[in-house]
Design a protein around this ligand. Structure first.
Ligand SMILES: Cc1cc2nc3c(=O)[nH]c(=O)nc-3n(C[C@H](O)[C@H](O)[C@H](O)COP(=O)(O)OP(=O)(O)OC[C@H]3O[C@@H](n4cnc5c(N)ncnc54)[C@H](O)[C@@H]3O)c2cc1C
Length: 389
């Protein structure tokens, strides 16, 4: 058993660290607070080839393993979690198209997605249905060579930069069970009736836009149906969720690590009662706890990623990693804020951003309440006494 990163993984991590130190850290606080889109950083992501993370090499992508993907999302999130969001749903949708798209769909979309010349996102959630995706109401009605699509999607990250965007729809609303009547359409965003109607105001996760999309009788050519056959949309979407959960877990590890690093640095520098606060046991215990939890979250995340890389079923493991790491990010950012005292509550220090960014990881990619259900189902299905390793 080997819990060390390989030479390739270490080299990738070093490249990311250099990029984050040079391109992200110097501007993150100012741009985040100004609500400025990180155009120059996105250009840097393109130059590194990171839009092709999950795109097969035959279509010009990096085709990285999932441990590498976790490293990318962890390191970017140490600098600014919002930047990871620019790549997040793009990478998931590329992977979904690579796995489930027709030959023609892969050839048409993946090369441009790999270079970042075109980008994408993923439109699942609706005002009335998030956790319960089978409850969506966006409808696609076949009309000759087109589907006529109507409905509203909400909380869609990267919506203004996506073209086409995979949209989960109902092609047969009467199907039982409901998921058999669901499909994914790769909707071109310049079609009449497609409108990104507003940007949603967010607590954190600034940088990428998160929007509402209205589809008003959008006529989508039938060749946009992912995989070419109706009724597989739900499976196509959930088959990528393990990867999405590792992605979110890795972002949470990055936020937690940054919170920990900043707590240690501040505790060494700040003096009270004539000595550095690092000398107080109360502060030492906070640092010990968050550093230990962060490393545990990291190992859980790499373990889940490695299991997916080995081709094994990993829904329970990815759920555990996402659940644990996101709770650690919440805890670590709050404890780091406490170590910073009043300055932790100031937007002039980075720890405030970590605290605003952390909760998203407990909500996105399946809330932590849903993760617990998934983990319990997996354990009740597969459990063997003595634990998983
Ligand atoms: C910043 C941001 C970006 C996002 N980006 C995207 C995106 O790009 N694309 C996209 O499609 N979506 C996106 N989302 C949506 C996100 O995936 C959903 O918000 C999430 O899945 C939860 O759905 P919901 O908000 O409808 O909450 P609900 O499903 O209404 O849940 C409300 C509460 O009820 C609980 N709950 C619901 N069902 C159960 C159950 N069966 N058992 C126990 N508890 C339950 C939930 O855990 C939660 O606590 C984004 C959200 C945010 C905040």
């Amino acid at each position: 058993m080997d819990v060390q990163l390989s030479e390739d993984h270490l080299a990738l991590r070093e490249t990311l660290r250099t990029f984050v130190d040079r391109e992200i850290r110097p501007v993150a606080r100012e741009w985040e607070q100004a609500g400025r889109y990180p155009t120059e950083i996105v250009e840097g992501l393109r130059e590194l080839g990171l839009f092709g993370l999950t795109v097969p090499a035959e279509h010009g992508g990096l085709e990285l393993d999932l441990v590498s993907m976790a490293l990318v999302f962890e390191e970017l999130s140490r600098g600014w979690m919002g930047i990871a969001g620019v790549l997040g749903t793009h990478s998931l949708s590329c992977r979904m198209i690579a796995h489930h798209g027709t030959h023609e769909q892969r050839a048409r979309h993946l090369p441009a997605f790999a270079t970042g010349e075109r980008r994408t996102g993923l439109a699942l959630t609706e005002p009335g249905a998030g956790s319960d995706l089978q409850g969506i109401t966006t409808r696609a009605v076949r009309d000759g060579d087109h589907y006529v699509v109507s409905g509203t999607k909400t909380w869609i990250t990267n919506a203004r930069h996506a073209d086409p965007i995979p949209v989960l729809v109902k092609t047969d609303p009467g199907a039982e069970p409901a998921h058999r009547g669901m499909s994914v359409l790769l909707v071109p965003t310049d079609l009449p009736g497609f409108e990104v109607s507003r940007d949603l105001p967010k607590l954190g996760y600034k940088g990428p836009e998160t929007c509402e999309i209205v589809l008003d009788e959008v006529r989508v050519p039938v060749d946009a149906l992912l995989g070419g056959e109706e009724g597989h949309g739900f499976q196509q979407v959930v088959s990528g969720l393990e990867v999405g959960r590792v992605n979110v877990a890795a972002r949470a590890v990055g936020v937690a690590q940054e919170a920990c690093d900043r707590a240690i640095r501040y505790a060494r520098e700040r003096e009270a009662f004539g000595r550095p606060i690092a000398e107080f046991q109360a502060i030492q215990h906070k640092i010990a706890d968050i550093a230990t939890q962060t490393q545990a979250a990291r190992l859980l995340t790499y373990w889940a990623a490695d299991k997916v890389d080995r081709g094994e079923r990993a829904d329970t493991e990815a759920g555990m990693a996402k659940l644990f790491a996101s709770e650690v990010a919440l805890e670590a950012s709050l404890e780091s804020m406490r170590v910073h005292g009043g300055y932790g509550y100031s937007e002039e220090y980075e720890v405030a951003r970590l605290y605003r960014d952390a909760p998203l990881m407990a909500i996105g990619e399946g809330t932590n309440e849903i993760q617990r259900t998934i983990i319990a189902k997996g354990l009740l299905r597969d459990h063997t006494a003595g634990g998983p390793m």
